[in-house]
Ligand binder design. Sequence first.
Ligand code: URA
Length: 432
Amino acid sequence: MDITEIIARKRDGGELSEREIRQTVEAFVCGEVGEGPMAALLMAVVLRGMTPAETTALTLTMAHSGDRLDLSEVPGVKVDKHSTGGVGDKTTLVAAPLAAAAGVRVPKMSGRALGHTGGTIEKLEAVPGLTTALDPDRFRSQVAEIGLAIAAQTEAMVPADKKIYALRDATATVESIPLIASSVMSKKLAVGADALVLDVKVGEGAFMRDLAAARDLAGTMVEIGLRAGRKVVAVITRMDQPLGTAVGDAAELAEAAKTLAGEGPPDLVELAETLAGHMLLLGGVVEDAEAGRARAHEALVSGKGTEKFVEMISAQGGDAALLDAPDSLLAAALRMPVEVARDGFVTGLDAREVGLAVRHLKEASRNGKHLCGVLVHKKVGDSVKGGPAVTVLGPPGAEQAMEEAAERVKRAYSVGEEPPASPPLIVETVSG
Ligand code: URA
C-alpha cells in the first residue's frame, strides 16, 4: 500500500477501494501510518467527500477494529441513542433514563467532547466517584439488571474511531458527512443494540449547518444501520442556540437532573421526551412515536426517570445523593454575571461561539475543568433589558480565562428591536 498515492487520489477526487480503506485504517491504528499522512487524507475526505461504498467500507473497518460487545444474552429489546453533537446537549442524560424507566434497555457508549460540542462522558464524570470505564461484563450485567448503562468507549473498542476522532478534533477535519457518519455508526455497530435513535443536529451550532447536509447525514447513517440489520430512526433537530440553559459539564449534569425532576427548560424537555418516545417505538413498547412521547412524559412526572438515573449513577459508583441538590455540583464554581451591550430582544445566540468559549475556558483551567461553563439566562426571543444575559462559571484561579469567555459569549449575542419568529426545534424524522 502506498499511502502517498492514496492521499493524492482522494485529493484529486478519486475513489478508494474497500481494501485500500481497510489497509490504511489498520496501518494508522497500529502506527505504521503516522498522524501527518492520516491528517492529510482526512482533509482530502473533508474536501472531496466519499462515495456510499467508501463510507460503508470505512464504517465497517472501524467497527471491526477492536472488541465488539455481544448483548444477545441480555433479554429484551436494546435501544441505543446518539447525537451528532451540540452545545448544551445533555439530552442523553434525560432521554436514556426516561426510555429505560418506560421499558426498553439502553446500552449507551458515549463520546468525549469534539470541536465546539460537549461530550456526555465528561458531563457524567462531574459526579464524584462515578466511573464511565465499564468492562464488557459489567456493562452487560448493568444493562440486564437495571436496563441502563452509559459508558465511555473502552481502549479495546473501536480503536480506529478513537484515534481518528482525536486527530480530526486537532486538525479541523470534523465537519464531513462520511467522517461523521462512519464515526457514529462504527461505534453503534460495535455495540450490539437492536435499534438506534439518532439526533442529527442542524444549524449554526451543529456540524451540519444547513438542512440539506443534515438530511444527507441522516440518510447516510440510516442506510448504514439498515444494511447492518439494525432498526434506525434519525430525528433532525435545530442547534442554533444552546439547548436548555446550561453549557459545561457539571452545569449540564445539574440541568439534566433538574429536568428529570420536572424542572427542565421547555426545549430540553421536548427533545428528551421526543427522542425517548422514538426509542420506545423502536423497542416495541408503543405503537407510535406520539404514544412513546406520552410514556416518556409519564416517566418524567412520576419520578421514575429520576429513579432510573439514580440507579445508574449508583451502579457506576457515583454519589447519587447529589441529585437531591443538583446545584451543589457547582458549589465550588466562581460566577461572573455578564450583561449584553444594548437593550432589545435576543435575535440570535451563536451556539458555536458559546461552545468554543467553554472549550477554551476548560483548556485554560488547570483544575476543576468540570466547573467551567455558562448559564444562559436570556435566550432567543427574550428581552435583554437589564440583568445578566449569562453567568460564566469557572474554577478558582481561572478569573482571566473567565473574562475572555465572557467577552466571547457577549459577542455571540445578536440583539434587535423585535423578537424573531422561532423555527420549531424538531424539524423532521428520517427512517428507512
Ligand atoms: N459524534 C461522533 O461520534 N463522531 C463524529 O464525528 C461527530 C459526532
